[in-house]
Ligand binder design. Structure first.
Ligand code: AMP
Length: 222
């Protein structure tokens, strides 16, 4: 099963992506996580990536599409994948369609997880991310058992450098301008599932699971 997660920063894409990837035993491919790993390198590309991320801007499509194409060619992605944070522009959505058509494959579900701006700002202000396994925590709603230490792998938790309030506002503006329009692209294809990401976590999880299960049922029958 191939799933795309659309939604503004803080809507819950990472949390849902990790969970359903685990359930379906397919890789959770977060372009933000891939860029955070790449930006640590000592290369000209890393310098370029840092300059975009630190301003809350999108990394150019050519770099992003190439990175995703390479990742989807890996063996573990043959049985399906969860793409979290890709596509984010119209050009990326078209590039993904082309890639899939070449392999006679398709996007089975595009989840659009939304939440009001106030909720997103509160969540992002308290978000902590593990520097090792990328697990996500929140200082109030999901604190780690030991302060600033990941429950899962024991590595240090950190705040993201692009979660300063000014940069967050910029990221939300870029999302509204460049990513919101592609929601209609997936609606037109007929695979869009809308999720209200401000509902309690268990309700969001149930709605996501129901959508996934109904597709599993369809692909088993068809
Ligand atoms: P995220 O962790 O998904 O919020 O992504 C963090 C940052 O990585 C974004 O603000 C962008 O700078 C960059 N990024 C992640 N995914 C993409 C994408 N699909 N296209 C361009 N830039 C991206």
């Amino acid at each position: 099963m191939n799933i795309v997660l659309l939604g503004p920063p803080g809507a819950g894409k990472g949390t849902q992506g990790a969970r359903i990837a685990d359930r379906l035993a397919v890789p959770h491919i977060s372009t933000g996580d891939l860029f955070r790993a790449m930006r640590r390198d000592n290369t000209a590309l890393a310098v370029q990536i840092r300059s975009y991320m630190d301003r809350g801007m999108y990394v150019p499509d050519e770099i992003t599409v190439q990175m995703v194409e390479n990742r989807l060619m890996k063996e573990d992605a043959r049985r399906g994948w969860i793409l979290d944070g890709f596509p984010r522009t119209h050009a990326q959505a078209i590039a993904l369609q082309d890639m899939l058509q070449r392999r006679r494959s398709r996007v089975d579900i595009a989840f659009h997880i939304s939440a009001p701006t106030g909720v997103l700002l509160d969540r992002l202000a308290g978000r902590l991310v593990c520097s090792g396994c990328t697990a996500i925590y929140h200082v109030i709603s999901k604190p780690p058992r030991r302060e600033m230490v990941c429950d899962q792998c024991g590595d240090a938790l950190q705040r993201r450098s692009d979660e300063d309030p000014e940069i967050v506002r910029q990221r939300l503006a870029v999302y509204a301008a460049q990513t919101e329009p592609i929601i209609d692209f997936y609606r037109a294809i007929g695979c869009l599932v809308e999720i209200n990401g401000s509902l309690p976590l268990e309700v969001v999880e149930r709605q996501v699971d129901e959508a996934v299960l109904s597709r599993v049922a369809i692909s088993t029958v068809g």
